[in-house]
Ligand binder design. Structure first.
Ligand SMILES: Cc1cc2nc3c(=O)[nH]c(=O)nc-3n(C[C@H](O)[C@H](O)[C@H](O)COP(=O)(O)OP(=O)(O)OC[C@H]3O[C@@H](n4cnc5c(N)ncnc54)[C@H](O)[C@@H]3O)c2cc1C
Length: 436
């Protein structure tokens, strides 16, 4: 078989959609995935997305805006049903601390994404529009958006890959690269090497491991986001995507409610590893500032992998190999999720008494400025990174994949990706006020 033009490491949303965009531009693409498609972040996501609407003054070519347009037309473009819900984002403001957080959040979106349209409703207006919200709150921030179903998105993109002859290799761990000067000529895997014209690292949590071999350091924190799903409830129990300080929630098409962390008490766990110690200087101020909301634990599996990686790297240098855990499936405490569910039940009484049918967790790849890392990896002519989506991969994904594909195939990202350029990671990064 002829060598593919482009090898993508990672079969999550970003790898799959970048592959589809590249094939649309005439490229031949191979995807290497160590588990199954969507097994890590992309299949566990709440998948809340922004959608076009409102009277945004933002740049129409901003990545978030392009992504919003792409989600709105995704079904037609890629011929797959992604269970798009377009009932809006509803952010509950319960007290002055929440109000303060929401204003920081708005400023962040405006600055980083050029797309932050929202309207604040008082309690009477909010209840008139959403009678489900009977519990106490002070205001509701409403934005154009909604959610898609992560499993349907991955299933749809798997079908796109089949229809468009994308060579998808699951159970294939990328372990390193072969080089010629500043060109990557092949990706090494546990099933032999795969020659390539270009490579895209879209390996989510494990992109830093591979990028280390390309002498490019990504100061990423891996943060666990616990989640749960209830038994099905009647339709329209939750309008669109609902976020409050202690929970985020959406209703799936089968009626079940998916619940995760809120915006002030994110319930996130920082799985501490040696990797974090290396970047402690960068992260320490934000961790200290948010110390009440942050909890730490040591993840033995990740720690063991890191020790193995360091040993291999020490012995073999950049021509060596790296490793990423297979079947990485971190846990989530059902008791903690029940507490979040009871907070949600205080706001929407119809949810009281709902039973959790499944508790699980996903791990997010946070970058200090909470912005993705996109573009050519410094020092290389044909190696690209598309990662570090910092819990926003569904919101930014379609625009990001379009940009990377355009950059590789036509030398033009079309969207302005300067804010996401990899080089910024070696400059002084502006840490966001929210740690997430
Ligand atoms: C609980 C939760 C809720 C979320 N909610 C939202 C939300 O509401 N809105 C939003 O926009 N975003 C949300 N996110 C974030 C979003 O899901 C991610 O940003 C997005 O899925 C990232 O996609 P990805 O393809 O970059 O990474 P991933 O989906 O993690 O894919 C990377 C893939 O690479 C594979 N891989 C890694 N290393 C190797 C290797 N060496 N060889 C071969 N394969 C490898 C992995 O197995 C994995 O399948 C959420 C995430 C979680 C966990």
């Amino acid at each position: 078989m002829a060598a593919p033009d482009i090898v993508i490491v990672g079969g999550g949303l970003i790898g799959l959609l970048t592959a589809a965009e590249l094939v649309d531009r005439g490229a031949r693409v191979t995807i290497l995935e160590k588990d199954d498609l969507g097994f890590e972040q992309s299949g566990r996501s709440v998948a809340a997305v922004n959608l076009p609407g409102g009277s945004s003054q933002g740049d129409p070519r901003s990545m978030l805006r392009v992504s919003a347009d792409e989600w709105a037309s995704f079904k037609e473009r890629w011929d797959c049903d992604i269970q798009l819900n377009s009932e809006g984002w509803h952010i509950v403001i319960a007290d002055e601390h929440d109000a303060e957080w929401v204003s920081v959040d708005r400023a962040t979106w405006r600055e980083t994404a050029g797309y932050a349209d929202s309207e604040t409703l008082d309690v009477a207006a909010a209840r008139a529009k959403f009678p489900q919200l009977q519990g106490p709150f002070e205001a509701l921030d409403v934005r154009p958006g909604g959610h898609v179903d992560a499993i349907s998105v991955i299933a749809g993109l798997r079908a796109v890959a089949e229809r468009r002859d994308i060579d998808v290799r699951c159970d294939t761990l990328a372990t390193g690269f072969e080089f010629q000067g500043t060109l990557v000529t092949a990706v090494k895997t546990d099933h032999g090497h795969v020659p390539c014209g270009s490579v895209v690292v879209a390996a989510g949590l494990w992109s830093p491991n591979l990028c280390d071999l390309l002498n490019f350091h990504i100061p990423m924190q891996r943060v666990r986001a616990p989640a749960a799903e209830t038994e099905p409830l009647p339709p329209n129990t939750i309008p669109g995507f609902l976020r409050a300080s202690t929970f985020g929630a959406r209703q799936n098409r089968d009626g079940s409610i998916r619940i995760t962390g809120g915006y002030r008490y994110s319930a996130m766990l920082h799985d501490v590893s040696f990797h974090d110690l290396r970047d402690l200087r960068i992260w320490a101020p934000a961790i200290w500032k948010n110390r009440k909301d942050v909890s730490f634990r040591v993840d033995k599996h990740v720690l063991a992998d890191e020790v193995g990686n360091s040993w291999r790297r020490w012995r073999t240098g950049r021509n060596g190999s790296t490793f990423a855990p297979r079947g990485y499936d971190p846990s989530s405490s059902p008791r903690d999720r029940q507490t979040q569910l009871s907070h949600l039940g205080n706001l929407i009484p119809a949810i009281r008494g709902a039973r959790i049918r499944r508790a699980f967790a996903g791990v997010m790849d946070l970058i200090p400025d909470l912005q993705p890392v996109l573009g050519l990896i410094p020092g290389w002519e044909n190696a690209y990174i598309a990662g570090g989506f910092s819990g926003h991969g569904y919101m930014y994904g379609p625009g990001a994949c379009k940009a990377i594909a355009g950059l590789i195939a036509d030398g033009d990202a079309v969207i302005d990706i300067t804010p996401y350029r990899p080089e910024r990671l070696s400059e002084k990064l502006s840490m966001r006020d929210q740690i997430f």
